[in-house]
Ligand binder design. Structure first.
Ligand code: GLP
Length: 239
């Protein structure tokens, strides 16, 4: 794992976006794995700026999102579909048919998970996966205890994750209890991983990751076994 240190959130985001945009220009047909949450927001803003200034093309890029809440319609303001449209897709001229997000309103969850994983494999897996990290070390929505062999699956969110994400909802009771997420194995299939870590809230998780002790109780530790991980972290996260 290679660490890229930045003094603050803005410069961490700028460095990550510059790196990702360069990779897209080098490999214009790449498959890009996308994350949601607060952390990647500024990285996405810089990617949009880069698109506007340098005309980096997303015409032939395919994207796969890590996860989606179960039970939220696409157009719900808290769905990850809406998040992606508002914060990235609507601004980079990417064909909608190239963007993939699990369907949180599917009627057959097992079938949806299987189909999503299959689509991912058919696309040749991800070339570059952007990741954030939860305070408890979750990646995607893979909570502590998830098997490292897991592929796309249904998860019951832990109370700590629901609480952390409740800041985007008007009340805790509105936060979905379940989600569909790529598994650890799906994530590990990516040729390259870019992990974004920002803020004091993440410093304990960051320290634990840097201990490099691999355990399913700390999902992000799977990354220690991956050959090509870059961690962009700001000073607050570094502690
Ligand atoms: C959510 C997402 C993750 C994200 C994590 C951290 O639960 N499913 O993909 O990495 O939260 O979010 P934030 O960046 O807002 O701290």
């Amino acid at each position: 794992m290679k660490l890229v240190e930045a003094p603050d959130y803005m410069s961490m985001s700028k460095q990550a976006a510059d790196y990702i945009a360069t990779r897209v220009r080098e490999e214009p047909t790449m498959t890009l794995g996308l994350a949601t949450g607060g952390t990647p927001l500024q990285t996405y803003r810089y990617l949009i700026q880069d698109y506007e200034n340098k005309e980096t093309s997303y015409q032939h890029v395919q994207t796969f999102n890590l996860d989606e809440y179960l039970g939220l319609p696409k157009d719900h303001h808290n769905s990850y579909y809406t998040y992606m449209k508002q914060n990235l897709f609507d601004h980079i001229h990417i064909p909608p048919s190239h963007t993939h997000i699990p369907n949180g309103m599917c009627t057959d969850v097992a079938q949806e998970c299987e189909m999503y994983e299959k689509k991912l494999d058919q696309a040749g897996g991800m070339d570059l996966q952007i990741l954030g990290i939860g305070e408890n070390g979750h990646i995607g929505f893979n909570e502590p205890g998830t098997s490292f062999l897991s592929t796309t699956h249904l998860v019951k969110l832990t109370e700590s994750t629901r609480k952390a994400n409740s800041r985007y909802f008007s009340s805790m009771s509105e936060v979905p209890t379940h989600a569909i997420t790529m598994g650890i194995q799906s994530i590990m299939k990516s040729k390259e991983i870019v992990l974004l870590v920002s803020g004091e809230r993440k410093s304990a998780a960051f320290r634990r990751l840097m201990n490099k002790e691999v355990s399913e109780e700390f999902p992000a530790s799977a990354l220690c076994q991956h050959k090509n991980v870059k961690i962009f972290a700001d000073h607050e996260a570094l502690g």
